[in-house]
Write a protein that binds this ligand. Structure first.
Ligand code: AMP
Length: 207
């Protein structure tokens, strides 16, 4: 069994895959979580599970969940915990998440941390690491404004971006302390190039 040379320093399971496979990626809006989650998950052969993407798919599909989620997303507010937790619970129950997952954009509140703890206990597993992308606020605002123009995301307007950053600081940044106390947080400089950030994340998992 071969692995990519970049992952060769990481602790590995018997089949040659890195052993850290139940992961979160955390950071403010615009930190690059989605881009990095997709890359890392592919390398680790685990699903990247983005709550934002699942909400957006529901918005596009005009489902009941999508209509509800949109009313919060467009204001830069969080979708209620009970709705979000139920959605993640059913996603983690799917077969492809049994051997690992990379959650992107979840948990975002202390209530969600507790809910995730409960889900993992039920599944008989626990988190291996929390990857934190460290970025500068001014730079992420610029990135998000650019993304809004390129991709037409309705929550990437300057007003909504500012609100999303406030909500992140109020409700999500405190989670880092919680996971720090558990010794799970691995900090990575998110201001480097996309390839460099991916390499640092890989290293962080090997550490
Ligand atoms: P994202 O793509 O992760 O930036 O998420 C876009 C939007 O989806 C957020 O601004 C929230 O409105 C909603 N959202 C995504 N994940 C969550 C979550 N874990 N809890 C509540 N709302 C969320």
């Amino acid at each position: 069994m071969t692995t990519t040379s970049d992952a060769s320093n990481a602790p590995q399971t018997a089949d040659g895959r890195p052993s850290a496979r139940r992961l979160l990626i955390v950071g403010p809006p615009g930190a690059g979580k989605g881009t990095q989650a997709a890359r890392l998950a592919q390398e680790l052969a685990i699903p990247a599970i983005s709550t934002g993407d699942i909400f957006r798919a529901n918005v596009s599909g005009q489902t009941e969940l999508g209509v509800l989620a949109k009313s919060y997303m467009d204001k830069g507010e969080y979708v209620p915990d009970s709705v979000t937790n139920d959605m993640v619970r059913s996603r983690l129950d799917e077969d492809d998440a049994r051997d690992g997952f990379l959650l992107d954009g979840y948990p975002r509140t202390l209530d969600q941390v507790e809910a995730l703890d409960g889900m993992l206990t039920e599944l008989g597993s626990e988190l291996d690491a929390v990857l934190l992308l460290v970025v500068e606020t001014d730079a992420v605002i610029e990135r998000l404004v650019a993304r809004g123009q390129e991709q037409g995301r309705s929550d990437d307007t300057e007003e909504t971006i500012r609100r999303r950053l406030e909500v992140y600081a109020e409700q999500t940044a405190p989670l880092i302390d919680v996971y720090d106390k558990r010794g799970l947080v691995r900090r990575v400089d998110g201001m480097a190039s996309i390839d460099q950030v991916t390499a640092s994340l890989r290293d962080a998992l090997g550490a």
